[in-house]
Design a protein around this ligand. Structure first.
Ligand SMILES: NC(=O)c1ccc[n+]([C@@H]2O[C@H](COP(=O)([O-])OP(=O)(O)OC[C@H]3O[C@@H](n4cnc5c(N)ncnc54)[C@H](OP(=O)(O)O)[C@@H]3O)[C@@H](O)[C@H]2O)c1
Length: 312
């Protein structure tokens, strides 16, 4: 069986369990696309899987290749795939519980693949999928953000946050964003009001917002209820909001998990990128072999935009 280089985990634990090694090269099954990976990005989700935090909710068979974000070239398509052909430049959100993109080749259902933005290289395209699908589902799928509304985005400089800021601006909303060391960056991507969460309790300066996007959780989520206007909504990517607390404040709460249609949404996002509405930020590029360092950087909690693995 042909092999490839990949990063797999054989057990759950710290970054040391990430093993750069030979693994069987996959093939495309029915309805699937085999992608020759040029770049993959690192998400906090990958770190949570590696640490074993997701195994109570999702089924994994070890060893497994991590990584849900990929940009690359179609190598082969499985039976029934008519939307892509060998040689196409694509980006995709790969399988959440199957082998992923920290590898030379990755298989993704064709429905979760899209033509990559023409104006971006693979490194920047790989930074987009999981984060933008989450931001899209939170702001548009759950919160129904509309022109003229105000949204408070916690973690505005992070992977999800920096794309959420740009999507919300595109939709015509007023955006308030929180950050600390990345404050200048969030101003640069268009927030109307930037709050340094390390010096200013946001609830002292924010009130009456329509939507809160919470990518931080804990105390930040708790203090967010009071800044919503009646009928507003708090959407969290990290911690399911309490229905009781939401009711007590006369607002709604929702938990986001990026949802289909993945391919269609990524196609629309590619259009927004190519028309200059959205620009992904890549703050570090590491070779696949340096995956342990990449996980440690993400787990430090201060990533500006995304950290991307260069594969090809
Ligand atoms: N439910 C889902 O489907 C889903 C999907 C994607 C992500 N997530 C989760 O959502 C969370 C965020 O993901 P991500 O990819 O955006 O993470 P990330 O890129 O690692 O976020 C890093 C950012 O968080 C900011 N930050 C740290 N502490 C903060 C605080 N107390 N207040 C405001 N900002 C703070 C940092 O800003 P400074 O450096 O300026 O401090 C940094 O820019 C993660 O827990 C992830 O697992 C869930």
């Amino acid at each position: 069986m042909p092999s490839m280089k990949a990063v797999r985990i054989h057990a759950y634990d710290g970054a040391d369990v990430l093993a750069y090694e030979d693994a069987p090269r996959p093939t495309a099954g029915d309805g699937e696309v085999l992608i020759r990976v040029h770049a993959a990005s690192v998400n906090p989700f990958d770190c949570a899987v590696r640490a074993g935090h997701m195994s109570a909710y999702l089924n994994y068979t070890l060893p497994v290749i991590l990584g849900v974000d990929v940009s690359g070239i179609v190598e082969e398509v499985g039976a029934g795939v008519t939307t892509f052909k060998r040689g196409d430049s694509v980006y995709a959100r790969g399988g959440v519980t199957r082998d992923g993109a920290y590898a030379q080749y990755a298989v993704v259902p064709a429905s979760d693949v899209a033509t990559k933005p023409k104006s971006l290289d693979h490194i920047h395209s790989a930074a987009i999928p999981h984060a933008v699908l989450t931001a899209w589902q939170a702001l548009f799928g759950l919160a129904n953000l509309t022109k003229g509304q105000t949204v408070l985005i916690h973690g505005a400089a992070g992977g999800v946050g920096h794309l959420a800021v740009q999507l919300a601006k595109w939709r015509g909303a007023k955006v308030i964003g929180t950050a600390s060391r990345n404050l200048d960056f969030v101003r640069g991507i268009g927030v109307d009001e930037a709050i340094d969460y390390s010096t200013t309790p946001f609830e002292n300066v924010v009130s009456n917002v329509d939507v809160v996007l919470d990518t931080v959780g804990g105390d930040t989520q708790q203090r967010s209820w009071q800044v919503l206007k009646p009928g507003g909504i708090l959407v969290s990517t990290i911690q399911a909001p309490s229905e009781e607390t939401a009711k007590a404040h006369g607002v709604r709460g929702a938990f986001v998990f990026s949802a289909p249609p993945i391919g269609e949404t990524l196609t629309e996002v590619a259009g927004l990128v190519d028309s200059g509405q959205i620009k992904p930020e890549v703050s570090a590029v590491l070779p696949l072999q340096e995956i342990r360092k990449a996980h440690q950087m993400v787990e430090a909690g201060h990533t500006r935009g995304k950290i991307v693995l260069q594969v090809a």
